[in-house]
Ligand binder design. Sequence first.
Ligand code: C2O
Ligand code: CU
Length: 510
Amino acid sequence: MNLTKFADELPIPAILSPLQKNRNYTYYEVKMTEFKQSLHSELNDTTVWGYENGYPGPTIEVEQGEKVFIKWINDLPDKHLLPVDYTVHGAHRDVPEVRTVVHVHGACVEWESDGYPEAWFTKGYLQVGRYFRKPVYQYDNGNRPSTLWYHDHTLGITRLNIYAGLAGFYFIRNQQERLLNLPCEKYDIPLMLQDKTFNPDGSLYYPRQPDKPVSEMETSIVPEFIGETILVNGKVWPYLKVEPRKYRFRLLNAANTRFFRITLDSDQPLYQIATDGGLMEHPIGVKDILLAPAERAECIFDFSNLYGKNIIMKNGAPAPYPGGEPVNENTSIIMQFRVMLPLTSIDTSVIPAYLQPYPKLKEQSASKIRFLTLNDMMDSFGREYMLLNNKSWDAPITETPTLGSTEIWYLINLTDDSHPIHLHLIDFQLLDRRNFDVEKFNQEKIIHYTGAVQPPELQEQGWKDTVSANPKQVTRIIMKFHSYTGLYVWHCHILEHEDYEMMRPYIVIR
Ligand code: C2O
Ligand code: CU
């Protein structure tokens, strides 16, 4: 199927209005439904799932420290839109097929409101998972100003629920950030990058079987999903008309498996101002930005001297990353900017020289070091799957940090893929990466480094909640468990991995 590129305008999700807002708190209700939406003008309308009848869902905008309550409501049909594999954890036939639970990715939040994968619920909360505590979640929004996002997190079907459309943005703002005079309002635009494949009738395609099918099964999970088209905010290859001035773009990779290496064909620098966890110490000018699933980067694009030009945002990352297929004439294209709108007023926004302090966590302050492997496994059907620390989801909890303590985690990647590792609840800092001898580790369980210490990439020098653990490397992260106690998770954000055992519970204890 050949869809024309840059045929449709980029949609910008609406800002969600609260049902109630007073001095003490703000209250929202968000309903999940199935509906039809146009994802490209040459395609029939596609049946998708979304929040408040939108895919992506409406953007939730809050002030730092604002107390927010959200009632998440499942109003979906009871048959899934996409093929369910009943053999993966949490998705066996003893549970209803359509289950949902919402996680605000990056939020520092009490565990009962974090969207634990087994806190799922069905329509009308008629059936709930064993960790379901309440329908109305509470967010204290203590995070720094940042681009968070909300998405489904149901055990065993997250990949399907997000692919169906259950994802949206969640911004935290504050006054200090406003005083920086960054491009704002209609010049502050979120871009949710995803990939999808369509059936000829316009419906969403998601594989029923891996390339090497499992004959015993009607439906089997696939080791990765790589789509044929690229969507931004739910449109395939859109364009955006812009003024010749500065814009702030909030880039999010919300794909199942695909990494994006983002460049502009104008060769202009991208001024990155924020990582997953908010503003960096100062902007950095880069030629490209690599985003693994769930990672965010905020950038200022300056179109000031480009009136009349069309600029294409491109992707160069092989899929799966890093050893997979190179991009082709379709997957190398993300979207287009048309610098054709007249300047409505003088652009007084700035790219500040300094953004906010970035205090580095000190290695000496860590009271606990954990060595955690990323493992390649084979199941009884001959399918490859991945584990964290050699343990499945149901094994007893092994990561039990103490409230107030600082820890360093060594992510020892024994596999051939990059895995975007995400921790709920806290932001961490990337210390470094280093090559090591995988053979020797497998035999003797010791880390024998074979390369020099690699500092974080420029674009990673800030607060992170998701980091690429690259193949045959030890990736070290440091974090302080400063806020809440309770039950959370850490996992690979490749959704096909997360849904099949590459996720572990962890608990912050007092
Ligand atoms: Cu983006 Cu555990 O999630
Ligand atoms: Cu993974």
